[in-house]
Ligand binder design. Structure first.
Ligand code: NAD
Length: 354
């Protein structure tokens, strides 16, 4: 067994079907009584449920959370929070809403309670991101780790199946990268393996029987573990490629992860043979990259970058950007091989060692 270091994050979790109703008690335990509830315009019904539950402890609802956490939205929410003198935020929604709560924790030192309704896993990381003038700035800060995360799988029943598939495979990416990275120590690998196992087992069930609450609970728990692996683990080639396509070519976040993941895993398969074996075991398949590719197909997820609006002419620029600066990755990154990987991903081909 090799030596390792591990620093956990201060996670504080309540998990259970129907646990939303525990929120007023949990808020009292935290000595908080003036909450600003955050949501996107799509989830005002969820936010108003929270408002009704909290009664006087909900001071207002801010329903303008948006993708990529625009700086202008953060400023608007912060001005409202200051004006109302709130003592915490309660973010109910996906990664975008969690992101707004984190930004307010960072900038205004507000306790952030998060109620995740997708599989983004952001609530388990200390990573924040704010977008200004088309540029997303990210960083790590302990301040943004939620004061409390309350998971209620019932709230995920409303996730549309296509989004559940993409969001679940996005979580799978956070975990798979950490199972296969030599930089991840045993705590992270254990969390990530269990995340892969739960997600691989539950996502097809979620798609087949959307009302299966046990499948939803397993997927949400898997996503939480995957977020934990990302929060205390590492990233490599896969996240570099996803940031390039999301940032420069504006492809959708979760679907970009879905398309690129089998190819990133195949690229590293030889250099990270032991980890790739563990990943295959967690997926219950012989070949990890093929297994993830097939799982995405089973879930009806997009398989090619061309389905996400990428043009063939973009691939050269993306390959150039991928090798612009050094990166921690099991397999050395060379421009020609990345270009081949991207061509396979663009066409939606089965992954192969390039
Ligand atoms: P999202 O939060 O943008 O949600 C997409 C849409 O789905 C929104 O309109 C949302 O209101 C809606 N939605 C969410 N849950 C729903 C439900 N149960 N029922 C119906 N509608 C629902 O998307 P996401 O994939 O959850 O999050 C992606 C964002 O999270 C990205 O910006 C990504 O960068 C960020 N993220 C951050 C971290 C981190 O550690 N900081 C980790 C993962 C993701």
């Amino acid at each position: 067994m090799r030596d390792f270091t591990y620093q956990s994050l201060p996670w504080n979790i309540v998990f259970g079907a129907g646990s939303l109703k525990r929120l007023p008690d949990e808020l009292r335990k935290l000595n908080r009584s003036r909450a600003l509830v955050l949501c996107t315009p799509d989830q005002t019904a969820d936010a108003h449920r929270v408002q009704a539950l909290l009664g006087d402890a909900c001071i207002d609802v801010f329903d303008q959370a948006a993708m990529h956490v625009p700086a202008a939205t953060v400023a608007k929410a912060r001005a409202l929070a200051d004006k109302l003198g709130v003592d915490c935020t309660v973010a109910i929604g996906g990664g975008s809403t969690t992101g707004l709560g984190k930004a307010l924790a960072l900038q205004a030192d507000l306790d952030n309670i998060v109620i995740p309704t997708s599989y983004a896993g952001s609530e388990m990381t200390n990573i924040w991101g704010i977008t200004e003038d088309g540029r997303k700035v990210t960083g790590r800060d302990m301040k943004v780790v939620p004061t409390l995360t309350l998971y209620d799988p019932e709230l995920t029943l409303s996730l549309p199946p296509e989004f559940a598939a993409a969001s679940g495979l996005n979580a799978m990416a956070q975990a798979a990268v950490n199972v296969t990275s030599e930089l991840s120590g045993p705590f992270v690998v254990s969390m990530a393996q269990e995340a892969v196992r739960r997600l691989a087992m539950s996502l097809p069930r979620v798609l087949q029987s959307p009302d299966d609450l046990d499948a939803r609970a397993n997927a949400l728990y898997g996503a939480s573990l995957a977020g934990g692996a990302l929060g205390t683990g590492t990233t490599g080639l896969h996240h570099r490629l996803c940031h390039i396509f999301g940032g420069t070519f504006n492809t959708p976040h979760a679907q970009t992860h879905t398309v690129l993941l089998p190819h990133s895993i195949a690229y590293n398969a030889k250099a990270a043979a032991a980890g790739t074996g563990l990943l295959a075991e967690a997926l219950d398949v012989n070949d990890a990259a093929q297994g993830i590719y097939q799982l995405a197909k089973t879930l009806g997820a997009p398989s090619g970058l061309r389905d996400l609006g990428v043009k063939e002419g973009d691939l050269d620029q993306a390959a150039d950007m991928a090798v612009e600066s050094a990166i921690n990755n099991p397999e050395p990154i060379t421009r020609d091989r990345i270009r081949l990987l991207l061509e396979n991903a663009y066409l939606g081909r089965a992954p192969e060692a390039v």
